[in-house]
Ligand binder design. Sequence first.
Ligand code: TRP
Length: 330
Amino acid sequence: MSKKIILSGIQATGKLTLGNYLGAIDNWVKMQEEYECYYMIANLHSLTVRNDPETLRNNTLKIIAIYVAAGLDPEKNNIFIQSQVKEHAELGWILNCYTYMGELSRMTQFKDKSLKHADNINAGLFTYPVLMAADILLYQANLVPVGADQMQHLEIARDIAERFNKIYGKTFVIPEGYITKTSGRIMGLQDPTSKMSKSATNLNDVIFLEDEPEVILKKFKKAVTDSENIVKFDPENKPGVSNLMQIYGSVTSKTMEEVEKEFEGSGYGNFKTKVAEAVVEKLEPIQKKYKELLNNPEYLEKIYKKGADNARKLASKTLDTVKEKIGIII
Ligand code: TRP
């Protein structure tokens, strides 16, 4: 039986965070044996905000390096840059014509981002979920690992696929969202009620994958907790401590009960240091490999070119089928 297909991606905007790693990439690594995996760098999605061109180029390469450094084997996974598989933009346009303004207007991310970038509410920001649907549907993906904040976009991808299938007969696989245990819900260290975000204004809120050990330690020391001084998992009432426990649990593969036991009677000071040390220990080998990879752009190029060549095979097949069905001469 052929393997199930997974597709996911990360935008090329900004520096990757511990949240991206624990919530996404680390889980992908665990799936590479069982599934046929396509992981892209969503650099076309990045254009919905203004970027410095050089930074966008560098960020794209950095994400490829992180993917590989974190353990995604380029021989087993198709790692590619979205823009290098032109089928994405093309199917994106076609699907725009099968998506309603009304459904796009309901997207909470669009509403949030419009508030944040009030001076640049461009059409791309509005149709962002349609391009994401194209990303997914081109590969007939069965599973799409995403953070909870992307579930609404996944729903719209499913709706578009179902709509298309209903008109033209079965064309697309209906993708399932897949929220993993930590599921991207690594929260900010300063504001543990919202997701750790690379666009946070307070830099102490977020651990970047490139942060040096001293910086990581300093940020964890400053993490917001509460006045109870008890290490107990209770996201509702103790969001800060629970988030630190979740981070610790993810990097050490321990359950919340085990973490509670380990820190019974320990104050927050010691606990925070231990969390920081565990994170540093987990990130150090990845950072080392990451630096090596960035110094080897030829190798990175080999990876993403091969990834795009493989991705294109599947993507162009799907796109041809779509064109055939809707009356576009191939
Ligand atoms: N929109 C996703 C995010 O911001 C990134 C993304 C683009 C993506 N295309 C995708 C995720 C396809 C999963 C599948 O994180």
